[in-house]
Write a protein that binds this ligand. Sequence first.
Ligand SMILES: [Fe+2]
Ligand SMILES: [Fe+2]
Length: 486
Amino acid sequence: MKIAHISDTHFPQIIKESFDRTIEKINNSDIEFVIHTGDLVDRGYLREYEEAIQSFSKLKKPIIFVPGNHDGKNVGLKLFENLICPLNGVKEGKDYVVIYLNSVIPDMNEGRISNSSFLWLKETLRKHIDKEIKIVCFHHHLVPVPNTGRERNVLFNSGDVLDLLLKYGVNLVLNGHKHYPNVYKLEDLIIVNAGTMCSVKTRLGDKNSFNIIEIDDKIKVKTLRLDEIREREYERKKERIYNVNSEKLFRIVQIAGTYMDDSDIFNKKMFLNAFKKISTLNPDFVVHCGDIVNEGLNKNYTLAAKYLKTPIFFVPGPRDINYLGYSLFSKYFDFIETHATKKIAFKFLNSSQYDSNIGVIGRGELDRIKQFSRNPSEFKAIVLHHNLLPIENTREKGLLEDAGDILYELTRLKIDLVLTGHSSHPSARKIENTLVVNANSLSCKRQRSLFGNSFNIIDVYKDFIYVSEIQSLSGSRHVLGIWKRV
Ligand SMILES: [Fe+2]
Ligand SMILES: [Fe+2]
């Protein structure tokens, strides 16, 4: 099948030439149908909707529209429903299903798949589980997009939505909103963002663009700008046979959120059990992804220095540097920027800022990451506190403000592993060739996983990576995944 993916037309703020040229290209092609991923109009007014409808009457192919945040301004969603199409719906073919749904919170730029829409999506995916090709479309971006400035206006529950799409084997998710075209493969899911088809609101002086997506054994995404075509091609299923006799290279124990304190937020029993277990695991490296202490006070750092004695690499979380923490962190622990052996090179990043939950890496550090990627070690790992990918059971707030650019560069540079430690929920996902692993809190009473407090073991073999989560209290193991190394 072949579809066109257009987005963010923002009527009436259009460049007519871009609109007409795109419609003509689509009309004169073998495209089966078109999906518009939102921001059809700019302010949600009737006249804008009328102009959009009039202009789209030139299109000779069937089209699905999903609403965007701009369509929902000024009670625009009601007009959208009355004049365009229902907010949620399904288009079904012999082998495929397209599920489209509303992610708009009226008058807000941020998005959300509401509880009822989430349940409807789950039920609809369950109903169509046998369809070979499953496509889901909504306006707000699911994962951070590069070249769009500060990472914001995200889908509040993107962690849960991503988890659902992966569990139900969705092949393709189509998003708009950021006006910058981008494609990622996350596990077996292809995530496509469209640029703006014809609005004046492009980023970076970019040209208007749209995507043509062809699906057979492969998924091919072609981004067509004015004078340039960029193509990405992915296999639909990943190779799942691994060499079990592969040589083991090293073991990393990844911990986060120890929350040392004399209050009961720090669960000492949990901590001591976890560290007893860690000492039996013979790790080559122990990495702490931040929030060592509950608050950056001397009494907490004294506790931390007493308990965290094993050779450990640390990066600070926001809790470690508040109050006196910035000075205390370097007094009690060494912040090492890199550590390299023949087999592995680590780069440790401080993404935390004074008195703020919002993290940042910054452009200077990004240059140093580029230098680091040229390190001759066989395997490269980046360690930071803040999340690069949305985590389930938590509200996504875009806490790493340059996540779009950082994620893009780390995947482009083919960094093998990224370790993070925010959100108190474990997660391991491969995006492009980079495995991103998040650790739950090891000993904080506030955590979000039914498995309980835990830490991760990352075993790197010559041919694959095996990641499991170990419960802090009992030491029982839960496999997070196995990924082939390429
Ligand atoms: Fe837009
Ligand atoms: Fe938008």
